[in-house]
Design a protein around this ligand. Sequence first.
Ligand SMILES: Nc1ncnc2c1ncn2[C@@H]1O[C@H](COP(=O)(O)OP(=O)(O)O)[C@@H](O)[C@H]1O
Ligand SMILES: [Mg+2]
Length: 334
Amino acid sequence: MERIRLEFAPGVETEFTDRDRALAQVEEWAERGTWAPLVIFGPEGCGKTAFLRQAASGLRELGYDVFYLHPLDRAFSAEVDDPDVKTLFLDLVRKTLEDERWGRLALAVFDLVREILKKRRRKVAIIADDVFQAIGLDKAAAYVKGLLNTIEHPVYRYERIVVLVATSEGISRREIGRHRWAELVPMWNMPREGFQRLYEKLPGPKPSLDEVWRWTGGNPYMLRELYVKRWDVEKVVEGVVGTKELTADFARRWGRWLGEAVDDPEALWGRGAPQELLDELIARNLVVYNMYERDPYLWVDQPPPERDPELGIGKHVAWQTPIHREAVRRALED
Ligand SMILES: Nc1ncnc2c1ncn2[C@@H]1O[C@H](COP(=O)(O)OP(=O)(O)O)[C@@H](O)[C@H]1O
Ligand SMILES: [Mg+2]
């Protein structure tokens, strides 16, 4: 599978790096089709968007007609053999760029798939990145159900269908998990060797790999942040404190639990931590709560270790990255 090019940071172009197992999984899905929509969740910045773009390109290479939707980035494509469907799609995109009704475009994919299968049986992929924000979180489950229907009750027969969805929102996971309309699949930050390859591509003087690993836990977005901010960890942490609104009030209110969780995130599991706090931590994308067993079968790419106190990973609860944990620690100290 050819690897796509990515602009990693201003002036730094790389190819899609590592994630070998994930790419092998794409090939398996391509061979068999997905039996339900696969909804991929994981830490913000772990590489879900990059992976879906790579998967879209790979599936095209493997003979699929591919619809790709990423409303947050205003990125849409229909890499399809049928010129009529392509025209329909592009007209819709044009209209949507004008009136910004992103949800309509996400929904149109159902009609377009039907249209493309009308003429002949094909292999079709639908790849939807962060669509739930565009269509509204309350409609996430219904959307997923629509995708499942496309697989289970197609109007016209297809050869195979692959449906991949990524969501960066902790809460959408719960919304979707309520029903059995999708397979929820976690993805973690990059494994160390793969992360190292990305780290080595960054030009200029830089802290040791050990140090950068301890800060980022293998999260490529945090690597990018550190690089862009000239390896000034303080600045990156402050940035997280700001965007996550880790205010003095928040820290005061939940001080005791947060203090324990900074030492070991597993303190939030099974010991009566208030649901309201957990909801906040999940909604702000600070922790991943209820981590799956580390059976590779359940994960995209390689699962994280069962426990890594240095990186803030516990069996059931993990900080999204050590920098997220550090931001909370700072808020508690202020
Ligand atoms: N496998 C990879 N190889 C190279 N760059 C990557 C890889 N995965 C992620 N990145 C880069 O890391 C940053 C964050 O990744 P992204 O896919 O946006 O994360 P997410 O969608 O999970 O929030 C982006 O700049 C992206 O291009
Ligand atoms: Mg993304």
